[in-house]
Design a protein around this ligand. Structure first.
Ligand code: HEC
Ligand code: HEC
Length: 178
């Protein structure tokens, strides 16, 4: 028979406690280069967890965290995380010239065609609105230099003509959207 404490350790909340210590309990990450997970589409999260487990997306500590988890565990975790509130956008004064430059890039590259008009994401396409700026820069750079493999090739194609300076403007804008 299971003891009460063992049963507790098996609940989804208990399993997610170490995750949320890093990613933020309320969906918003306070740690540099650690993404906020609140409001991400559940399917996107499931796929990324699977890619971490299979080491298709290579990054510590995530590859290690996923070892030994079953597909059902990944789906349940993703469903829980998707229901956390979306992150609050970055505050402070806004450089409107930079925002304008980024808006023009977004139009040109049709980012909001796939990521939704309000950048909330859907299916296998992630939410971008309010994501941490440092993480957005890292993600975009890694698609561009092919160190992050995506579930499909969309992002490597998108980033091909985009410069380092444009990456930083895009991240600046997206982190400030609600
Ligand atoms: C020590 C900190 C840490 C812990 C603990 C941790 N993560 Fe992560 N996680 C990260 C970092 C850093 C990344 C970003 C990797 C990158 O740069 O691509 C990440 C990425 C992710 C992503 C991809 C998000 C996206 O937008 O693509 C998901 C989903 C995720 N983690 C879920 C989890 C779950 C579930 C757990 C617990 C089983 C967990 N994490 C534990 C640090 C952590
Ligand atoms: C053709 C559809 C498409 C277009 C256009 C597109 N994206 Fe994406 N984007 C995706 C998909 C699909 C993913 C998930 C890829 C994966 O599995 O890693 C993604 C992932 C991302 C991520 C990673 C987010 C995270 O949480 O890790 C960022 C950042 C991003 N896109 C920004 C952009 C920007 C900025 C543009 C415009 C310059 C853009 N995307 C245009 C489909 C698209």
């Amino acid at each position: 028979m299971l003891s009460a404490s063992r049963a507790h350790a098996d609940t989804l909340e208990a399993r997610l406690a170490p995750c949320l210590a890093c990613h933020g309990a309320k969906g918003q990450s306070a740690n540099p280069e650690v993404p906020s997970l609140g409001g991400q589409p559940a399917f996107y999260l499931t796929i990324q967890l699977l890619m971490f487990r299979e080491k298709l997306r290579v990054v510590e500590p995530m590859n290690q965290m996923m070892q030994g988890l079953r597909d059902d565990d990944l789906r349940n975790m993703a469903a829980y995380l998707a229901k956390l509130p979306p992150p609050e956008p970055a505050g402070g004064t806004v450089d409107s010239a930079r925002m304008e430059k980024a808006r023009a890039l977004i139009e040109q590259h049709r980012c909001n065609f796939c990521h939704n008009r309000d950048y909330s994401g859907e299916q296998n396409v992630p939410r971008l609105a309010g994501q941490r700026e440092d993480y957005l820069v890292k993600a975009l750079r890694e698609y561009k230099n092919n160190t992050r493999r995506g579930y499909d090739a969309s992002m490597a194609d998108v980033l091909y003509p985009i410069s380092e300076e444009q990456i930083s403007d895009l991240a600046y804008l997206l982190a400030r959207l609600r």
